[in-house]
Design a binder for this molecule. Structure first.
Ligand SMILES: Cc1cc2nc3c(=O)[nH]c(=O)nc-3n(C[C@H](O)[C@H](O)[C@H](O)COP(=O)(O)O)c2cc1C
Length: 323
C-alpha cells in the first residue's frame, strides 16, 4: 500500500521533505502545501522554489493547488506541468474560515452543483488543452456541517476521471480534532471507481496496521501529524505491528536520530531562508508536534517557544537535547 506524506502548510516545504526523506524515508509520495491559485497566474518565488525539480530529492512529489476557478486552475496546471509534473492534486479540504468563505478548499463542498460545474470545466480543459495526460487527484473532506452531505458530494466526484481521491473523512466544521467519520469510508470505496487513499489520524503503527487490515483495497494511506509527532513511525515494519501496539517513550537511539534530523533541518533552513525570524517560526511550528517526545522537558520546550533570536533558539534547543 502506497504511503504518502500529507501537505502541511508552514511545515513541509522542500527542505523539510528532503531532510525527512534522508533521515527517515518510508514514504512513496510527498505533497506540496497548497499553492494558492490567483488571477495573476504567476507562481510566487517561494512556490516556484518549492516546486523546482532540482530542489526536490524525494521519490515522488505531487503539487497541490487551491482554487475554485477552472480557468485559473488550468493556467496553474500548465505552469506546473511545464516544470515536469503530470500529477496534480486539488485541495477540497482546507477548513480555514478565510479559505472557506471564498468557496475554496472544503468551501467547495457547500454547493455540489457549483462543484459539478467547476469539475466539468476543469476536466474538459484537461482533456483538450494538454498534449499529454494530466493525472488530477483531489484531497477532500466529506461535507461542511453534516455527514448526510457526504452522499451528494460523493456522487459528484464519482462522475469524473480523477486519477485518485484522497479522503479525509471529516466535515469542514470538524477542523482537525473531532474523531474521523470512519463509517463513510466503505461507501466511498464502493461508489468511487478510482483508487482511494485514506487520510486522517494515523498516529501510531497500530493505527496504520488496523486501517490496512480493515480496508485492504485502499490504494494508499496519507499521514501528516503522526509523522511529526513520531518521525520514525513508518521506519519499522508496520505490517508486523499488532493492533495494540502504540508508541512507547521514544528510545535513546530514536532521540539521537531526532536531534540529527533537527540540526540538519535547522541549518538547511538557515542557509536557504533569508529571514531568521521565519526560520525560528518554522522550527517552533515543528516543536508543537516534536515536543511530545520530550515529556520531562517542559522548561526547555518553553524556552524554545520564547526564543526570539537564532542564538536564543540554538541555546534552548541545545539545552533540550543535552538534558
Ligand atoms: C499545520 C497544518 C497545515 C496543513 N496544510 C495543508 C495543506 O496545505 N493542504 C492540505 O491539503 N491539507 C493541509 N493540512 C491537512 C493535512 O494534510 C491532513 O489532511 C490533516 O492533518 C489530517 O491528517 P493527519 O491526521 O494525518 O494529520 C494541514 C494540516 C495542518 C495541521
Amino acid at each position: 500500500m502506497k504511503k504518502c506524506f500529507a501537505p502541511l502548510e508552514g511545515i513541509t516545504g522542500f527542505i523539510f521533505r528532503n531532510t525527512y526523506h534522508e533521515y527517515y524515508g518510508g514514504i512513496d509520495e510527498y505533497y506540496t502545501p497548497f499553492i494558492s491559485v490567483n488571477q495573476t497566474r504567476k507562481l510566487k518565488k517561494r512556490e516556484l522554489e518549492d516546486l523546482l525539480p532540482e530542489n526536490n530529492h524525494v521519490p515522488a512529489l505531487v503539487p497541490q493547488i487551491l482554487t475554485n476557478q477552472a480557468e485559473d486552475a488550468l493556467a496553474y496546471i500548465r505552469m506546473i506541468n511545464e516544470l515536469g509534473y503530470n500529477k496534480i492534486n486539488l485541495n477540497m479540504g482546507c477548513p480555514s474560515g478565510t479559505v472557506v468563505a471564498k468557496g475554496k478548499g472544503s468551501g467547495m463542498l457547500r454547493d455540489p452543483k457549483a462543484l459539478d460545474n467547476f469539475l466539468e470545466s476543469l476536466f474538459y480543459g484537461l482533456s483538450t488543452m494538454f498534449p499529454s495526460p494530466i493525472k488530477l487527484t483531489a484531497k477532500t473532506r466529506i461535507g461542511i456541517r453534516d455527514i448526510s452531505e457526504s452522499e451528494e458530494i460523493l456522487s459528484v466526484l464519482a462522475k469524473y476521471p480523477f486519477h485518485e481521491i484522497i479522503l479525509h473523512p471529516r466535515l469542514q466544521k470538524d477542523f482537525y480534532k473531532v474523531p474521523v467519520h470512519m463509517e463513510v469510508v466503505k461507501s466511498w470505496q464502493k461508489v468511487l471507481k478510482v483508487p482511494l487513499i485514506y487520510n486522517g489520524d494515523l498516529n501510531t503503527p497500530g493505527d496504520v496496521h488496523n486501517l490496512c487490515h480493515t480496508y485492504p483495497d485502499l490504494e494508499g494511506i496519507m499521514l501528516g501529524r503522526g509523522l511529526l509527532w513520531h518521525p520514525s513511525m513508518l521506519s519499522g515494519n508496520v505490517d508486523s505491528c499488532t493492533n495494540t501496539e502504540e508508541i512507547a517513550d521514544c528510545p535513546e537511539e530514536d532521540l539521537r536520530k531526532l536531534k540529527e534530523f533537527h540540526d540538519t533541518l535547522f541549518n538547511r533552513l538557515l542557509e536557504v531562508m533569508q529571514e531568521p525570524n521565519n526560520v525560528i517560526h518554522r522550527m517552533k511550528e515543528l516543536w508543537f508536534y516534536l515536543g511530545c517526545n520530550y515529556p520531562d522537558c517542559e522548561k526547555q520546550l518553553k524556552n524554545i517557544k520564547k526564543a526570539k533570536t537564532i542564538d536564543d533558539y540554538r541555546i534552548a534547543a541545545r539545552s533540550l537535547f543535552c538534558r
